[in-house]
Design a protein around this ligand. Structure first.
Ligand code: UGA
Length: 406
């Protein structure tokens, strides 16, 4: 941050930021609506305000937000409309009309929460899409230091030895917009695929971790996003798979593969309750502790976090729910204060009197908990590992009955 400070200026004033800018990025949220289609209100507001403040020169307006296919053209129309309205007003005031040159581009982001800086500087690829070649040229020169990796790597984030140059995908607007949805949907279905295989692995007594390793080493498949378990949460995969299905249906198309990925993901959460029922027989009146609330480690983001849904399912079945998270508890208190969940500060506090512990988020510190001490505090020393993250042998030696989700 310190190194970037001289080049950064923050403002909440459009009239300060927009006039004279060569490139304007729109990076507003596009949260899902009830139907699955994204809410584009923030995007349209931003486009209108940018249009009102553009003042000549050639401006590239870049959609960084994840937006439905076709939004680029729509943003272009909003920009033009807002610019023309403003120009009319000015003409009335000063009779000096004017014209503006701009182009809309799409530049989807592939940043993961918790590793956004790394993913920005050392991405697997950069995708730019525009129907106007001049816009692509501007973006190409903007990204050149990252594409060629000629910038000085920050001391706190050294360049990985395997990164030399970054491939560029330069394409039309609609393709760039579809790439983002297709990428997130593919990652989502990769996770659901391994979870479906996990079901079979469980029945036939195979080890899903070994199966994932065995298939992932095939370079056509790749090892990442094959961690079986509770499935995905967060603000991206759920929203983007729903948006892709919603867009396709506007064209009369079904997306059975993406729909199946969503269904499997949902059912992974039910499996936690099923496994607890199998082990404890009766849930009513039990005390169950959840280790982890955030949708993944290294963030306090609770959007679509499996922990929230699991906690609710257990509460609905008469369970007393306790929970711990290294950083997300404050946020949980703010956003879910109406949920009857007892938050605990330490592993021992959560284990006290529990009939089961469920590992929901694979924070690395959970691997090194004093499991022997925890087992002694529990009423029934049962641990359900929802992420295949714990060492079965170590926990068994510590006196716990260990079960994983598949
Ligand atoms: C995701 C994509 O990975 C980014 O490329 C994309 O830019 C971003 O969405 C976005 O659209 O903005 P993010 O949601 O931050 O990033 O997090 P991921 O690291 O992708 O994890 C998503 C979920 O999948 C987490 O709940 C994680 O626990 C789960 N997951 C991930 C698995 O269950 N198994 C895996 O093997 C990998």
């Amino acid at each position: 941050m310190e190194e970037a400070r001289p080049n950064l200026h923050f403002t909440n004033s459009y009239s300060e930021a927009i006039p004279g800018a060569d490139v304007v990025f729109i990076a507003v949220g596009t949260p899902p609506t009830l139907s699955g289609a994204p809410n584009l209100e923030f995007l349209s507001q931003a486009a209108r305000c940018i249009g009102q403040h553009m003042n000549g020169g050639f401006t590239v307006v870049v959609n960084k937000s994840t937006v439905p296919i076709g939004s680029g053209n729509w943003v272009g129309a909003l920009l033009r409309e807002a610019f023309e309205q403003r120009a009319e007003q000015r003409a009335e005031e000063r009779a000096d009309g004017g014209s503006v040159e701009f182009a809309v581009a799409s530049n989807p982001e592939f940043l993961r929460e918790g590793s956004a800086l790394h993913d920005s500087l050392y991405p697997d690829r950069i995708v730019i899409g525009a129907d106007e070649p001049r816009a692509l040229e501007v973006l190409y020169s903007l990204y050149r230091p990252i594409l060629d990796q000629t910038f000085t790597a920050p001391t706190y984030l050294p360049r990985p030895e395997t990164v030399f140059a970054v491939p560029l995908v330069s394409t039309d607007l609609a393709s760039a917009e579809l790439i983002k949805y297709a990428a997130n949907s593919f990652l989502a279905l990769k996770i659901s695929f391994i979870n479906e295989i996990g079901l079979v692995a469980e029945r036939v007594g195979a080890n899903i971790g070994e199966v994932a390793r065995g298939i992932g080493l095939d370079s056509r498949i790749g090892p990442r996003f094959l961690n079986a378990g509770l499935g995905w949460g967060g603000s991206c995969f759920g929203k983007d798979t729903a948006a892709l299905i919603a867009t396709a249906s506007e064209y009369g198309l079904h997306m059975p593969i993406v729909e199946a990925a969503r269904k499997i993901n949902r059912s992974q959460r039910d499996r936690i309750v099923e496994k607890l029922l199998q082990e404890l027989k009766i849930l009513k009146g039990r005390t169950i502790g959840l280790l982890g609330l955030a949708f993944k480690p290294n963030t306090d983001d609770l959007r679509e976090a499996p922990a929230i849904e699991i906690a609710q399912m257990l509460i609905d079945r008469g369970v007393r729910v306790k929970a711990h998270d290294p950083i997300a508890m404050e946020r949980f208190q703010r956003e879910h204060h109406d949920m009857a969940v007892q938050l605990c500060r330490t592993g021992c506090e959560i284990a006290e009197g529990c009939d089961a512990l469920v590992l929901v988020t694979e924070w690395s510190e959970y691997r090194d908990l004093d499991w022997e001490a925890l087992a002694k505090k529990m009423r029934y020393p049962f641990i359900l590992d929802g992420r295949h993250a714990l060492d079965r042998d170590k926990l068994t030696r510590s006196g716990l009955h260990y079960v994983s989700i598949s």
